[in-house]
Design a binder for this molecule. Structure first.
Ligand SMILES: Nc1nc2c(ncn2[C@@H]2O[C@H](COP(=O)(O)OP(=O)(O)O)[C@@H](O)[C@H]2O)c(=O)[nH]1
Ligand SMILES: [Mg+2]
Length: 362
């Protein structure tokens, strides 16, 4: 077991893009580490200088931010919807309604929501001429209304440490989301301790360690192949002893069908509870927005088995089907707490139904 203690403050990170570690050979490890070869991690210099207040975030509104990353969906939607109007006002008949329905479905919002919207337009405008702005307003209103209770912020206790367990399938964006979350909490003045509980791959531990260094937070590491529950144990011991505000535990990717891995998750939870009875306070399920609705639906059983309390929907920037958040919020019965909108540290936003609807359907 190695305790990784960040020595330099985050503002100093420009002097080194790669943290030294106990192996003494960080370069070699980097070459082995698949996730470390991507741009955001190799671009530490540029990012770490901007980490505290990213220029874009500081100068754009939340709607603007959503809009920028949901551009692909918004572009497609706007082109499609514009094509519905041959003249300024279009007659709302069966043909119009079925074309509108098809456009809505293409955003991946799912048949439930698309039907609700279609029915609203039918009820309000049937056999009358309708303007584009009127239809857009109905779409936005119905979505905002339906997602109203589906957003949510982190539910952390006042007592220290708050404990967040992060779960999901391989490659869904768990480790990156943890880094973004730790960055966010650190910027709010909280002392964050990370637990590198994905001990399957050395690269996974290394990946989180590099993020921790860049953020300027501490991390507890386990050796590759070691029991993730023992990493959780050490991390909790330290979080309690040293008064950390938040402890975030990374885990290896798993499927609900992998019984032994689900049991391992239970073991991790029990270990967390040994130190703090009420832990974990959040079990965040990270879902990949680009995975498609079916893949995401399959995670429903997982979320129930793992006792998830909220969703982080990652990679929303990478999809032209940004509407997918709607069926997810409907199906899972869990609040969408955050959305991932890119690979860099500031690319995590609290999910706001109104801002989302405004950005996507305007
Ligand atoms: N574009 C984009 N890429 C992301 C986002 N979140 C994660 N990724 C990328 O997805 C890949 C897998 O992420 P990782 O955090 O390692 O997944 P894990 O296996 O669940 O821990 C990495 O290349 C990340 O950079 C996001 O919000 N947007
Ligand atoms: Mg990972």
């Amino acid at each position: 077991m190695i305790f990784w203690k960040k020595k330099k403050p985050a503002s100093d990170a420009t002097s080194s893009t790669i943290p030294e570690d106990s192996s003494g050979n960080p370069q070699e490890q980097l070459q082995d580490s698949q996730p470390l070869s991507n741009a955001p991690l190799s671009d530490a210099r540029a990012e770490s200088t901007a980490a505290n207040v990213p220029a874009q975030e500081a100068t754009t509104t939340k709607v603007g931010w959503f809009k920028r990353v949901l551009q692909k969906t918004n572009d497609l939607f706007r082109t499609d919807i514009r094509d519905l109007w041959k003249s300024e006002g279009e007659l709302v008949d069966d043909e119009f309604l079925s074309k509108l329905y098809a456009i809505l479905i293409r955003t991946d919002m799912g048949p439930n929501m698309a039907t609700k919207i279609k029915d609203s337009i039918h009820d309000q405008y049937r056999a009358r001429k309708v303007h584009q702005e009127d239809v857009l307003k109905v779409i936005r209103d119905r979505i905002s209304e339906s997602l109203k209770s589906k957003g949510g912020t982190l539910n952390l206790p006042d007592t220290k440490p708050a404990v967040i367990l992060v779960v999901g399938v391989n490659g869904s964006g768990k480790t990156t989301s943890i880094a973004k979350l730790a960055h966010r909490l650190t910027n709010q003045g909280k002392r964050v301790l990370l637990a590198a509980g994905d001990t399957f791959r050395a690269a996974a531990v290394e990946q989180l360690k590099i993020w921790a260094d860049r953020i300027g937070c501490d991390i507890v590491l386990g050796d590759q192949g070691s029991d993730p529950a023992s990493v959780a144990f050490k991390a909790m011991q330290r979080a309690v002893a040293e008064g950390y505000d938040v402890c975030i535990v990374d885990t290896a990717g798993r499927l609900q069908t992998q019984g032994h891995l689900m049991q391992q998750l239970e073991k991790i939870k029990r270990v967390l509870q040994k130190h703090v009875e009420t832990a974990p306070h959040e079990v965040l399920l990270v879902l990949d927005a680009t995975a498609g609705q079916n893949a995401i639906s399959q995670a429903k059983g997982f979320s129930e088995a793992a006792g998830c309390t909220g969703i982080v929907l990652s990679k929303l920037d990478g999809t032209a089907k940004g509407g997918v958040i709607i069926p997810i919020a409907e199906q899972f019965g869990l609040p969408v707490k955050f959305v991932g909108l890119g690979e860099k540290l500031p690319d995590l936003q609290e999910f706001s139904p109104d801002d989302f609807a405004a950005a996507l359907f305007s």
